[in-house]
Design a protein around this ligand. Structure first.
Ligand SMILES: NC(=O)c1ccc[n+]([C@@H]2O[C@H](COP(=O)([O-])OP(=O)(O)OC[C@H]3O[C@@H](n4cnc5c(N)ncnc54)[C@H](OP(=O)(O)O)[C@@H]3O)[C@@H](O)[C@H]2O)c1
Length: 265
């Protein structure tokens, strides 16, 4: 799968050291993009850079970044903009969740999820916006979740962060509509990544829903294919999107009928 629109373009991915971030990096490289990859684990980024450069011969820049540190985002993104001039595609992918009942969630966990999933994402976006607006070109892709469309028990905080991502993205899309800068939200259901090592320590949720779990390379492919196209949302899998539409229309009925399905965590 190659996306010809990406040839020679600067694609920045946060949370690129593993999971769908790393898979997207491979696919963008295959399409001829220059990559700017960020995460906290520099060793994993080094390995990824080596693999990608050896396989695809494209340039890969790596930066250690914790997106919960807004000062660090400003420093690192300024460095990137100084080095490359602009970013064509920003994928705000860094994120994590902890599945716990609301009354058991600690303030540190709550702040942590909002700092990474929401404030970090908004700060990173703010850093690339002026240049994208000036050039009237660019694509901001925010990795949200089906949890941002349909909240389920034991994910109140994670779900709240992803609802926030959708709200921010919907407003931003309208602000940029006449400038030729695209905003896409990606709302996947469960994906087989390390996400669940933190989210679901006991592994019961993953076990209960294993028949629905998406492959990271499939999700990454769906996102990369739509880079630099005017795409509002990518919702996966389709049946889950249908369920979230029904939920918007008939919330009480869906909560009653779907009670068992909602309580898998
Ligand atoms: N897996 C799912 O079921 C699922 C479903 C819907 C949406 N999502 C969303 O998809 C995105 C990617 O998740 P994934 O499934 O690929 O999970 P993953 O395998 O755990 O990858 C998460 C990535 O984010 C990075 N990251 C985490 N905290 C960070 C921080 N503070 N600063 C910078 N980077 C950070 C991690 O790298 P370092 O540890 O090296 O920093 C890693 O590269 C997340 O936004 C997640 O909410 C996941």
């Amino acid at each position: 799968m190659a996306n010809d629109r990406l040839v020679g373009k600067n694609v920045l991915i946060t949370g690129a050291s593993g999971g769908i971030g790393a898979e997207m990096a491979y696919l963008c490289a295959e399409s001829g993009a220059r990559l700017i990859l960020m995460a906290r684990s520099l060793d994993k980024l080094e390995q990824l850079k080596q693999n990608i450069e050896a396989r695809y011969g494209v340039e890969v820049l790596i930066y250690q970044l914790d997106v919960s540190d807004t000062n660090a985002i400003e420093t690192v993104f300024s460095e990137v903009l100084q080095a490359l001039g602009h970013v064509d595609v920003l994928v705000n992918n860094a994120g994590f969740g902890i599945f716990r009942p609301a009354h058991e969630s600690t303030i540190d966990e709550i702040k942590g999820m909002f700092e990474v999933n929401v404030v970090g994402l908004i700060t990173a976006t703010s850093m690339v916006l002026p240049k994208m607006r000036e050039r009237r070109f660019g694509h901001i892709i925010n990795i949200a979740s089906q949890a941002g469309k349909m909240a389920t028990p034991k994910s109140s905080v994670y779900s709240a962060t992803k609802h926030a991502v959708l709200g921010y993205s919907n407003s931003l899309r309208m602000e940029l509509a006449d400038l030729g800068v695209y905003v896409t939200t990606v709302n996947p259901g469960p994906i087989a990544t390390n996400f669940f090592n933190i989210a679901d320590e006991k592994g019961t949720y993953l076990q209960n829903i294993k028949r629905w779990v998406l492959k990271p390379e499939y999700v990454a492919g769906q996102v990369v294919e739509r880079m630099l196209t005017k795409t509002r949302e990518i919702n996966l899998p389709r049946w889950m999107n249908a369920a979230s539409i029904l939920y918007t229309l008939f919330p009480r009925v869906v909560e009653r009928v779907g009670k068992r399905a909602f309580n898998q965590k």
